[in-house]
Design a protein around this ligand. Structure first.
Ligand SMILES: C[S@@+](CC[C@H](N)C(=O)[O-])C[C@H]1O[C@@H](n2cnc3c(N)ncnc32)[C@H](O)[C@@H]1O
Length: 402
């Protein structure tokens, strides 16, 4: 079941509101780095000045009493707050760090994660492949809706939101956020309620939205926090977060208005082929469906399935992302696997069988157990000891149907 939230009077689509959403207002958001002076709550990047090979450190939001833990060393947030960008700071053990504002790519690559993100260079390539050209407010182009599943770390979500957010007008303050003029506790007072109403009305005027969905609430919440923390949530109000299944979300939108509503859809999750038919129904003609997979064989499965099922999608491009292939070639990882999703489904089926047997329903039990063996062939280049980026992108276009 899709989790519903805050604005329970409204539902999907034009009336759609996200689950668990607490967007920030850009009009009320405090300036960020605009005068180059670092303030409390800013997130900064610490770069070693005399060891360019060492990885930069991304701080948490700066608080006067907190510290950056370094190996056998530390740097107090108080030493950073009030300094200028590019200042050099020295730790207790006299290690020198330069303070910088993280780029969006550095931010998504370095923020604490509970799920593997699409790395920044791959995310940038994906946004480029989608060829997004949102128009500015004041033009009457159709609404641009992009569907993404799963949200994961929110890395691609942030890259997508940056590409489209300028199509939206500036939002009014959201009283649910600390940056607003009125604090969340004011909701229930006339002023707080008016602000919330104005903000909720504004949400429906957006011309470009990222609809991002994950089936794990924990992942979605972590991504929301990560996105809210980036430059005081400057892209947050262009994103609606959903927790549930792809089927529930798309079917619910199509049942409200049975016309295609998506300009683009992106899938970064297992078994992408099983969502092609449904997503194709929601895609506008010439809209794109882009999938990101670790293995080329998954692209093959999608291509074969789409052809077999007569799904009105045309495979336009297959691109391998990741570091350039060096001299001497690149080793590939080719081995049979049984995807975790398959094993989980099989375990669940086995449980049902057991329950059915216990209920003496042998006939139905037989039907549940029968399945294919679920083996797939992993087939991808090896990148060092562990794979840290890269993958395959398949880009399909929705065909016009007479
Ligand atoms: C590899 S992560 C996505 C990373 C994300 N693209 C990013 O850049 O941060 C895959 C996500 O898909 C979610 N997921 C897996 N199966 C799903 C499904 N059937 N429906 C929705 N989300 C799913 C997982 O919970 C996980 O958060």
């Amino acid at each position: 079941m899709i989790i519903t939230t805050l604005h329970s009077t409204l539902r999907w689509s034009t009336r759609c509101l996200p689950n668990i959403r607490v967007p920030l207002s850009s009009t009320c958001a405090r300036r960020l780095f605009s005068n180059g002076i670092i303030e409390e709550n800013d997130i900064v990047l610490l770069q070693r000045t005399n060891n360019l090979d060492s990885q930069s450190i991304l701080t948490s939001p700066l608080r006067p009493r907190d510290e950056v833990k370094l190996s056998h060393d530390k740097l107090f947030h108080n030493q950073i707050i009030g300094r200028r960008l590019r200042d050099t700071l020295s730790t207790k053990k006299r290690r020198a760090f330069r303070v910088a504002d993280p780029t969006l790519g550095e931010y998504t690559d370095l923020t604490p994660r509970i799920v593997t993100p699409i790395y920044s260079q791959d995310a940038a390539a994906i946004v480029d492949l989608l060829d997004l050209n949102p128009s500015v407010p004041g033009t009457d182009d159709e609404k641009l809706e992009i569907f993404e599943a799963g949200t994961g770390h929110g890395a691609l979500t942030l890259h997508l939101a940056r590409a489209i957010h300028a199509a939206n007008t500036a939002p009014p303050p959201n009283p649910k956020l600390p940056a607003a003029d009125i604090q969340g506790e004011a909701i229930g007072t006339d002023q707080g309620d008016q602000q919330l109403e104005a903000y909720t009305t504004w949400l429906q005027t957006r011309r470009a939205i990222i609809q991002t969905l994950d089936n794990k609430k924990e992942h979605s919440q972590h991504a929301q926090k990560t996105i809210k923390n980036y430059r005081n949530g400057m892209y947050y109000h262009s994103i609606d977060f959903h927790v549930g299944t792809i089927e529930e979300y798309i079917s619910s939108r199509l049942s409200e208005a049975p016309v295609p509503f998506l300009s683009h859809a992106i899938l970064d999750l297992p078994n992408t082929h099983s969502y092609f038919e449904l997503v194709a129904k929601a895609l506008k003609p010439n809209g794109s469906l882009l999938i990101f997979c670790p293995s080329i064989t998954q692209i093959n499965t999608c291509a074969l399935d789409a052809r077999k099922n007569g799904t009105p999608l045309y495979l336009e491009k297959v691109v391998e992302l990741g570091a350039a292939i060096g001299v001497g070639g690149r080793e590939w990882d080719v081995r049979p696997v049984r995807p975790r999703a398959f094993l989980k489904a099989r375990a669940e089926a086995a449980e049902k069988v057991q329950a059915a047997v216990e209920d003496s329903a042998e006939d139905s039990a037989e039907a549940v157990v029968e399945d294919e063996d679920g083996w797939e062939l992993v087939c991808r280049p090896k990148v060092g000891q562990r794979i840290s980026g890269g993958g395959f992108v398949g880009l399909w276009k929705k065909m016009f149907i007479e």
